[in-house]
Design a protein around this ligand. Sequence first.
Ligand SMILES: [Zn+2]
Ligand SMILES: [Zn+2]
Length: 358
Amino acid sequence: MIGCKTGKVVGYDVMAKSCRVCKSAELRGREKKEHDCRKNWEGSSKSMEPSMAVKILKSIENKGHKVKTLVMDDDTSTIHKVRLEVNADMQKCSDKNHTFKNFANNLYALQKEKYKRILSVKTISHIKKCFAYAVSSNREEPISLKENLLAIPNHLYGKHSSCQVKWCRYLQNKETYTPKHLPYGKYLTDTNLFEDLQQLFTSYANQSERLSLLESTQHNENFNHVVSRKNPKNNFYSGSESTSVRVAAAVCEKNIGAPYVLQFKKRRVELKKKSASAISSSETREGITYESGVLSQSSSIPDERMETIPSPPEQLHQVPLPPGEYSRVYFDLETTGLVCATISCHTGDSLKDNRTYL
Ligand SMILES: [Zn+2]
Ligand SMILES: [Zn+2]
């Protein structure tokens, strides 16, 4: 559970349906050995969410804080259980992304039912965009949102009398406007579809109070991403305490930021510095080859004053040593840019060969 204003985790819980140690003891009919058992859920996975919400909210209340509104998807079982067991007056606020998705699902249902040809994916995505824009740009303005939503079907059919200049591109520029996001850059024409769209938009316009107060669960999506990175689903960690530890680490990263993120950034700055110094050392040798105004700059310096550092000596040739007079030395050379490596080969104490490679 994440705070809307801070974007930090205010409560979390891990529920596990199985435990590897318990399971293996059961299978073999043996006594369970002592272990850090994390199995804490017997019901179905679906009923986990409502129970978890209640558990977290209660723990927040026990710390002396109060939650007034929950931003969530339109899952009724969770809010029902919360109102029943925690706070009867708990407000529910819909999440933007889920609302947009549900809206698009209505369009896909229409497409499947009646308009396989007319209502293409491109058209649906454009209508969804119009809807999302109307909702996002009319926050806390339900009346304006209502007008905006009711105008969209007409707008899509080329009738702009009820559009508003702030969002209708046609009203902004009547001469050059074409509905380029619609198929073939043409307005929609099917009258049956118009009626269905009008019905759909009217039903949403009637909920404009609720729609004008949508919140985003972006932080939760982001947190889920952090958890899935630490606790990948293709590896099964939930049979032991591993998952709990991984989720706890994700909460730390979300709330205080991982120190290794800082270290990584520090290292990146160091590497950047290194590469800048490598560039400047080769530029010293080669002279400036490209820079704005390089011609006027070099013409102002007399030729005899321009110093050139000689290029590095030619590659040295390897001369094989007489067999049996040396020990093998294995090495791994990692070179980037200008690196000097010295290799020495010994037989006993005497130095036989000492070469420098550049
Ligand atoms: Zn167990
Ligand atoms: Zn318009």
